[in-house]
Design a protein around this ligand. Structure first.
Ligand SMILES: Cc1ncc(COP(=O)(O)O)c(C=O)c1O
Length: 298
């Protein structure tokens, strides 16, 4: 990864190489961390953050689910994110706020371990490869399912959840694919290892509902709103796996992956990406023009 100069750690800017934690940090042992992934773009009006408000809100909601009390208000975290971009003089970057249970007490009860917050930002290009946005990617349905509803809360963007994503991602990559699509516990389509999914059939967009064990993505929300504004009908409903093989287009969405078409799934080729391309163009237009509805100038 490309280093920046400074990382924000609980109110102070620390040199990148000095931003360290103790090996007995609770989160290292038990996965007790909450994070966000946010992007800043160099728009026509200068650097601006995509959906800052929504990301910070989800960060606080995830913390609340895990009873992690932060010593900061949402406004302070937003300001700290903007300051992290400013101090590192970044224009196009990825931003990673993380709240974690630190060094304090070992054992499963996390309530006696202090909660720390850090924010890093660095230049990060195309998550799924340089050609992915234009040419599309190859994916496979994972043999790993997403978690059952009464196991890990999937609405929380918690570090521990990503062990499940890592199993799916490793399997896909080792089998020669770019990404995995995971099914929920009942065998319905859920999402990618770090992206939400949309299918298009006869000009109608389909995306799994929140109860299909997905992270309620902020890019997903943008796509639902934008596609409806573009007069497409969008249905949030359970999607049987085999529908992946009969639709016209499929694409993945997320902060890291942006809007990435799928060109092949489980060796079934997808020949089209016309509507995907229109939505992708709209996404980048909104960013380029720094639409105040979605972007916060740095
Ligand atoms: C598991 C998972 N699903 C979906 C998404 C997409 O969410 P967002 O658009 O908010 O980045 C992400 C990325 O954060 C993710 O990790």
């Amino acid at each position: 990864m490309k280093k920046s100069d400074k990382i924000w750690m609980d109110g102070k800017f620390i040199n990148w190489d000095d931003a360290k934690v103790h090996v007995l940090t609770h989160a290292l042992h038990y996965g007790s961390s909450i994070f966000e992934g946010i992007r800043c773009y160099n728009t026509n009006k200068g650097p601006a953050v995509f959906r800052l408000e929504e990301h910070v809100k989800r960060f606080f909601e995830s913390c609340k689910i895990y009873r992690m009390e932060l010593s900061y208000a949402e406004k302070e975290i937003k300001e700290a994110i903007l300051n992290t971009i400013r101090i590192n003089r970044l224009k196009n970057c990825y931003i990673r706020p993380l709240a974690f249970r630190g060094y304090g007490e070992m054992g499963l009860n996390p309530l006696n371990s202090p909660v720390y917050v850090m924010i890093a930002a660095w230049e990060w290009g195309r998550y799924l490869g340089e050609d992915a946005l234009e040419k599309g990617i190859r994916v496979k349905t994972s043999s790993w399912n997403r978690m059952a509803p009464n196991t890990f809360p999937f609405l929380a963007k918690a570090g521990g959840n990503y062990l499940n994503s890592q199993l799916a991602k490793m399997e896909a990559v080792l089998d020669g694919y770019d990404e995995a699509v995971m099914l929920d516990i009942d065998g319905y389509v859920a999402e990618g290892s770090g992206e939400n999914i949309f299918l298009i059939k006869d000009r109608v967009l389909y995306t799994p509902p929140v109860y299909s064990a997905i992270l309620k993505g902020i890019t997903r929300d943008f796509v639902i709103k934008t596609a409806r504004e573009m007069r497409y009908s969008v249905r949030e409903e359970r999607i049987p796996r085999e529908m992946l093989y009969t639709v016209d287009e499929i694409f993945l969405v997320g902060t890291a992956a942006e809007i990435t078409p799928i060109k092949e799934i489980d060796h079934y080729p997808l020949k089209e990406n016309k509507i995907t391309k229109k939505i992708q163009d709209k996404f980048f237009k909104v960013i380029e023009e720094c639409d105040p509805k979605y972007l916060t100038p740095v």
